[in-house]
Write a protein that binds this ligand. Sequence first.
Ligand code: NAD
Length: 426
Amino acid sequence: MAISDNDPQAATVENDALSTALTQFDDAAERLHLDDGIRRVLRVSKRELSVNFPVNMDDGSIRVFCGYRIQHSIARGPAKGGLRYSLHVSLDEVRALAMWMTWKAAVVNLPFGGAKGGVMVDPRALSAAELEDLTRRYATEISIIIGPSEDIPAPDMGTNPQIMAWIMDTISMHKGHTVAGVVTGKPVAVGGTLGRLEATGRGILFVVEELCSQKSIHLEGSTVAIQGFGNVGSVAAHLLQRAGAKVVAVSDRVGGVHDGNGLDVDSLLECRSDAKPLAECLGVDKITNADLLALPVDFLIPAALEGQITSRNVGDVRARFIVEGANGPTSPEADRILGERGVMIVPDILANAGGVIVSYFEWVQDLQFYFWEEDEVNDRLRKVITRAYREVAAAAERDGLTMREAAMALGVGRVVEATSIRGIYP
Ligand code: NAD
């Protein structure tokens, strides 16, 4: 049955982000016995803005870049979600990421809807001045739909606190006064919160700790492999190692490093740079991304990009637990096969929610002009993500569901409730 009236989002490729997101939604909709009307509403984005905009390049030429800002739902509050700079950004990818943001904010019970943005660009190929100009022009283009009460961007792949500061400054210049709450993930000097940079990785640590206590496993000495050594992966590696886990492998876009005795994560952090492959940082074994995903570890943490574990390589996966730092790293088919094999997956919308939770804290602080100590941020993060983990785990246990099924049922259920109570205008 065609659920959507115009069905523009019907992709078919297995590791395509949008088909993964829609399959997960359809599955939750069946489980929740949703009627066709509400399915039609939630299967598509509420608002999609595409922009093509020019940037003056350092060599005197003009290039035109393509970007998006998509709001999937605002039923539970202002739209919230990251901004990605990558050559792989596409309309469908941003649609999927925006939808996942809606469920994620709902699972951890934040008063936000879901959104995502992206610009099709390799930020490493731009000079600092070009990057700033591109960011300020993109911010201007999407300024018609973002704002502290409307839609609040944050960092994602390829973006960082400096980029958030340029967006905040651009919107503030248009308004004539500082609008700190228009983005989160800003530097602390301009209204950012303590703890935001580490928040997603710290959330992963809290989730792993909770999983260990639920399953009576010792985190100390357990083995971890992490794909992606950016904001999410590198912080997770650092904190998990500090908590006593043995981080045996990490990778970035060109490959990674492996040491069965545990890597020196702090040396890797010091040495890491865009120009230098991780493999050149330590005198240990090199490893491909495919090898990393196949390591026999306790915890596999995909923290790079979507579509990494599919029916093609799921047979190689030997981890006991998968904790999804990235959004959408596991295809529905691979998810099903892992479930049958008894491999527990902590899904993205729960495992990587630390970022949006602390973004919420930053937004609250900006709106109140009152800033918290770092301990308070971290304590509140632990409380929110642990409560969500326990709710999801209890529902999974009670209803015989996987953690993803339970998290989706909880998140989608909350959004359906808000959407239904608000009703359809007019
Ligand atoms: P980042 O840009 O800081 O780092 C991305 C990392 O992935 C880099 O190490 C890069 O080299 C690596 N990578 C890129 N392509 C790869 C490939 N093909 N194979 C292996 N590694 C590859 O990005 P990030 O902010 O750490 O985000 C990583 C993931 O986490 C994304 O899926 C993002 O949506 C998700 N996420 C991020 C946040 C956040 O707060 N930043 C929050 C929730 C979820």
